[in-house]
Design a protein around this ligand. Structure first.
Ligand code: CP
Ligand code: NVA
Length: 298
C-alpha cells in the first residue's frame, strides 16, 4: 500500500482535515501523551532554518513515545550530489516517516514518490500546510461553532498564502489578498481556486468582514538577496493596530512567525488584544501531534 503523504492539501478531504484539527484541539485540552509510536522514528531533513516546525515535530513525536533524527541537509550525502530518489529509498527503509523543509516543492514530490513511508512538507517554496492546520485550529478553538467565511491576507503571495488558498477551496471560505503587483500567489493555484480568491485593490477591501487577519514576512527564506528591493515594493503592505478595527467584529490576528516588527507588522501588533500569535505558535505542536497520528496510525 502506498503511504499517505502530506505535501499540500490537494489530496485531503474536508472531513480528514477537520478530523486532524478537531483531534488537535482535543489533544491540547487533555494534554494527551501516549506510547503509540514506541520504537518509531521520525526523520527530519531541513535545508533551511526552523524554530517552530522542527521543535513541534520533535516534541510531538516524543509525546507519542517515538523518537526523531534531525538531519541538516548539508550533512547528508545529498549535499555531495547523492540523488534525492536514492536518499529517499534508503531513509524510508529505516525511519517511519520523514518531515522535509526544502526549497523546491518539485524535489519534495520526487522524494515522496520514492519513499515507502509518509513524507510531510515542513515548508517548501510553494506550500506550508502544517502552518495552516495550526491557524485553522486557532480560529476554531477561539470561535467554537462559528463558520469561517473570510480571511484577509496582507503582503507577499508566498508559500503560506498558497496553503491558505488551498484551505479556502476545501473549507469554502473567501481569501481576500492585498499584495503588490507581481507578488501574487502561485498562478496555477489562482486559476484553480479563483472562486475563493479576491485580489483586493485596497487594504480596507481585504480587511472588511475578515475573521482572520494575517500576514507574513516580506522576504521569505532564500530570497534574502532581494530583501532591500522588497522593502520598497512592500512598504504599504503591513498590518497595524488600527487595521483590526476595519476587520470583522472579533477578528483575530495571526502571523506564522518569525515576524519582522517595523516591516510587515507594526512594532506592537503581536501584543494587540486580538492577536493570537502565541496560541497559534503553540498550536503547531498539537496540530503536528494530531497529523502524525493521522498519517502513521496503523
Ligand atoms: N512558522 C514556522 O514555520 O516557523 P519556523 O520557521 O520557525 O519553523
Ligand atoms: N514565508 C516564510 C515562512 C516562514 C515560516 C518563508 O518561507 O521564509
Amino acid at each position: 500500500m502506498r503511504p499517505k503523504h502530506f505535501l499540500n492539501f490537494e489530496n485531503f478531504s474536508r472531513q480528514d482535515l477537520s478530523h486532524i484539527i478537531d483531534r488537535a484541539i482535543e489533544i491540547k485540552s487533555k494534554s494527551e501523551t501516549s506510547n503509540v509510536f514506541d520504537k518509531k522514528t521520525l526523520g527530519l531533513i531541513f535545508q533551511k532554518p526552523s524554530t517552530r516546525t522542527r521543535v513541534s515535530f520533535e516534541v510531538a513525536m516524543n509525546k507519542l513515545g517515538g523518537n526523531t533524527i534531525f538531519l541538516s541537509s548539508s550533512e547528508l550525502q545529498m549535499s555531495r550530489g547523492e540523488p534525492i530518489a536514492d536518499t529517499s529509498k534508503v531513509l524510508s527503509s529505516m525511519v517511519d516517516a520523514v518531515v522535509i523543509r526544502n526549497d523546491s516543492h518539485e524535489e519534495l514530490k520526487l522524494f515522496s514518490e520514492n519513499s515507502s513511508v509518509p513524507v510531510i512538507n515542513g515548508l517548501t517554496d510553494l506550500f506550508h500546510p502544517c502552518q495552516i492546520l495550526a491557524d485553522l485550529m486557532t480560529f476554531k478553538e477561539k470561535n467554537e461553532g462559528e463558520i469561517l467565511n473570510k480571511v484577509c491576507w496582507i503582503g507577499d503571495g508566498n508559500n503560506v498564502c498558497n496553503s491558505y488558498i488551498e484551505a479556502a477551496s476545501i473549507f469554502d471560505f473567501e481569501i481576500s489578498i492585498f499584495c503588490p503587483k507581481g507578488c501574487e500567489p502561485y498562478q496555477p493555484l489562482l486559476n484553480k481556486a479563483k472562486d475563493f480568491i479576491t485580489l483586493a485593490s485596497s487594504k480596507n477591501e481585504a480587511l472588511e468582514k475578515a475573521q482572520i487577519v494575517t500576514t507574513d514576512v516580506w522576504t521569505s527564506m532564500n530570497n534574502e538577496t532581494s530583501a532591500k528591493e522588497r522593502r520598497k515594493t512592500f512598504k504599504n503592505f503591513f498590518v497595524e493596530e488600527e487595521d483590526m478595527g476595519l476587520a470583522g467584529d472579533n477578528a483575530i490576528f495571526l502571523h506564522c512567525l518569525p515576524a519582522h516588527r517595523g516591516e510587515e507588522i507594526s512594532f506592537t501588533m503581536l501584543e494587540h488584544a486580538q492577536s493570537m500569535v502565541w496560541d497559534q505558535a503553540e498550536n503547531r505542536l498539537h496540530a503536528q501531534q494530531s497529523l502524525l497520528e493521522f498519517l502513521l496510525a496503523d
